[in-house]
Design a protein around this ligand. Sequence first.
Ligand code: S3P
Length: 430
Amino acid sequence: MNREVIIPPLRRIQGVLVPPADKSILHRAILLNALAGGEAVITAREYGADNVNMIAIAQALGARAAVDGDSIRMTGAGMRPARPPAGILDCGNSGTAMRLLAGVLAGQGFGSILDGDESLRRRPMARVTDPLARMGARIESRQGRAPLTIHGTPLRGARCEMAAPSAQVKSAVMFAGLYAEGETQVVEIAPTRDHTERLFHYFGLPVSAEGYTITTRRVDGWPACGVRVAGDISAASFFIAAAALARDGSLRVEDCGLNPTRTGFLEILSAMGGDFEAAKPGVSAGEPVGTITVRSSRLEGVNIGGEWVVRGIDELPIAAILAAAADGETSIRGASELRVKESDRITLIAANLRALGVPVVEREDGVDITGIGEWNGGEVDSGGDHRIAMAFAAAACRARGPIRIRNAGWVETSWPGFFTTLGRLSGENL
Ligand code: S3P
């Protein structure tokens, strides 16, 4: 994880990228099959440590999971596993794993403990334990932080009005709703990624959405279901940006998820004048899938806020790199959530851009960036955050000198092969 990587200036990003399996969808597919009855195969390529931890947790809950290349053959433990997990369930770096599991474990007939690494132990968990408590859940935390000690208890349905947009919190309540007496509703304030809704539907679980309200209810179980997980648009965005930035950029991204609740980054790139097309010819496990082609682009600054932030929350670090290359000013606002991701991404974006010589002003809920076209090399730090490491690797496409990335090994969280892929598409030996 502490590995240092030095990226030379990259002139070229060319070829075909088939991105790793969508991390969000794979988390949910593992969890749903872990708690199902029967056997099914999940197909997913090149996933990282977050999803590997989720597989280990499924096994600790009594499910079987046999990994063979791109396939995960799962045998479910049923929605109420017979035995409590033997030890603490380690979610590693993954907020999604911890929050979704809190929803699933709250209504079990046994107790369990969820923990994670240093970064995850710093992240707010009251946002998920509070709505679950309204359903009757008994969860102890360390002042709203992990570890979470969950005393399984019968749950009752509730109507949960979300305080902020969060697909993780929405999903935790939806999972808990499968165990709760009666009906459970989540009322969103802005539409967040709807993978849980789509997968519930795909697995035949009760789910309906009307406006911003999602309704589910108690079930007695569900059968295992094969899921082919398409490519992760969040992972792809680093290369889409790299190709747009490179002087010699021409990239085709294949089998990429294009769920409209996830394409905020493409909306931002389009508003900046990016030269790309996205075609959506297919569907995989209820999710739209397609191809994105992108070429070297001349970009202009934009104001990023509102729903672009919700639909592109994980892509704001790479959007900041585009902003640094664009003509004029870019502002990112309404994004204070970035401070409680795997790192404080606002502080790290600002500090690392500054280290490259890009003028940036840090705000409470975002940053202002003055585009300068290209920049010096320099030394940056991922702060233990996979997306910061990948965003600043892509920044090498407009650098005059090498970029040294400290703590670059954290790319393992979501994409262990990231630097190998960057080497292949750029023609450099990384
Ligand atoms: C995710 C939801 C988002 C996102 C995270 C994955 C999910 O988090 O940032 O990377 O899979 O539900 P929030 O729910 O905290 O916004």
